[in-house]
Design a protein around this ligand. Sequence first.
Ligand SMILES: Cc1cc2nc3c(=O)[nH]c(=O)nc-3n(C[C@H](O)[C@H](O)[C@H](O)COP(=O)(O)OP(=O)(O)OC[C@H]3O[C@@H](n4cnc5c(N)ncnc54)[C@H](O)[C@@H]3O)c2cc1C
Ligand code: SF4
Length: 518
Amino acid sequence: MSGRIHTGDELTEDRVLTCDVCIVGSGAGGGVLGLELARRGLDVVMLEEGGYHTRRDFDGDELRAYTELYQEQGNRATADLSVGIFQGRTVGGGTTINWCASFRTPPEILARWRDVHGVKGLDTQALTPHWDWLEERLSIRDWPIERANRNNQILWEGLGKLGYSRGTVKRNVKHCAALGACGLGCPTDAKQSTLVTLIPEAVTLGMRLYSNVSARRLELAGPRVAAVHADVLDPVTDRPTGKRLTVKAKVTAVCGGAINSAALLLRSGLTGRGQVGKRLYLHPVVVTNARFPERVEAYTGAPLTVYSRQFIDRGPGKLGWLIEVPPILPLLGAVTLSGFGPAHQDLMARLPHANAVLSICLDGVHGDEGGTVALRGDDPTRLEVNYPLEPFHWEGFREALKVAARIQLAAGAELVLSPHSDPVLIREESDIAKLDDAPYAPLECRVLSAHQMGGCAMGGSPDSSVVDSTLRYWDADNLFVVDGSVFPTALGVNPMETIMGVARWGSQHVAAAAGVKA
Ligand SMILES: Cc1cc2nc3c(=O)[nH]c(=O)nc-3n(C[C@H](O)[C@H](O)[C@H](O)COP(=O)(O)OP(=O)(O)OC[C@H]3O[C@@H](n4cnc5c(N)ncnc54)[C@H](O)[C@@H]3O)c2cc1C
Ligand code: SF4
């Protein structure tokens, strides 16, 4: 039996489907789960609220890409607008638009999940066969420093000059032409996203995927999910067409990603004894921009290929961070480069000379409670994210900015700019101290997030977590959450490979609930 990918315009009347497993979301978690269940012979229906976009649509137009492929058209943010949130919304989810960096989970994070949060059976040994499989299947290989673009070489050189640890990143690509457009969807299918790998394979095995279909509510009958109620969206306007899709499945797996999975549970009245939507972690990022005398052309070449975890562990109670660089495409640059008016215009005019360093902060491992997801009234399309930024965060951001500026100066930057509304200008080492006097408060210093985790945390007790160590919602027999939202903390590395590994490991439990042994 071969399945199909359907789009919203095909659903011209209300429909009711039955199947073994209904998966909500087609990203890193959902994509892996879909294949693993289809491979076991289960009848799978996958719902994806984003559209079905493929390489033929990925034309490098940034405006179109952010509008069509990202949550809230690229405008998602915390309620106070202090943290801008980038998150995928298309078939393939974040894997379609991410920057390909692939890391296994740091062992100390898995140990913390076990020791502090009571997670059972999920350790490096359990995940290794799944990572081995994923790395083979998704062609996850090292991207050597000789192939790094100038933006990444700058980070490599600066780290080396200062004697900091540094490494090259593994990427899930095959025949990558290093075009630099990963964040806009890969135009050559080189990126081994779930869109071009696991989802087509699952469809060949019979999975039915409905894009432009947004799950609005889970209907409960006692301790079981009886149906998933979804609205069909118009592929052009993204508005509900008024048609409904209802899926009646033996088992439901929510894979909508951190934030959206929590929102779906809340809309369904599933609060997880008050735990749903709590402990949302964002890997908050601060960015320093720098101007180099030479052309950097950070908008081309493989975007993210060098990293450092030198400052990931600064001791108890201190926020640590991972260091990487972003691609600087014109529109992304306009949003993330510092300053306003003529100063910003000047930076944009010199875009080919711009470099940027990301400090990606590891939240959730110091007892910090993270953020929350809540509903906004009755409108199923609206939700509210809050992420209180405490002195603990600002101290870490300030120290991270100092380190990043030092790296950029060591690599030859003629000017470094902090992410403040009124940027601190740093031309030499002695200017770095000026960062101590800059304002550290919401909207004074720009903070971003591309890695959302938590909100439906896994753990050892229903009083402190949402799903158990098999990813099953504590208070329902046939409901699972399989995506980044189950992480009890952030990771300190880019999350895709961890999410995929956990999903492949967890697929045995979902399959068992649907009546199939591993
Ligand atoms: C710009 C950018 C760059 C990144 N770069 C990297 C990188 O280099 N390496 C890395 O490891 N990570 C990277 N990430 C993060 C990574 O892509 C995500 O962490 C990962 O994809 C999350 O997986 P997930 O399964 O939790 O959710 P997602 O991949 O986000 O998938 C969830 C899917 O569910 C859909 N959905 C949500 N709610 C519903 C609903 N109610 N009904 C139907 N469908 C729904 C969403 O539209 C989405 O497509 C990046 C992210 C961004 C935004
Ligand atoms: S850098 Fe490689 S993976 Fe990324 S968009 Fe270009 S060809 Fe695709």
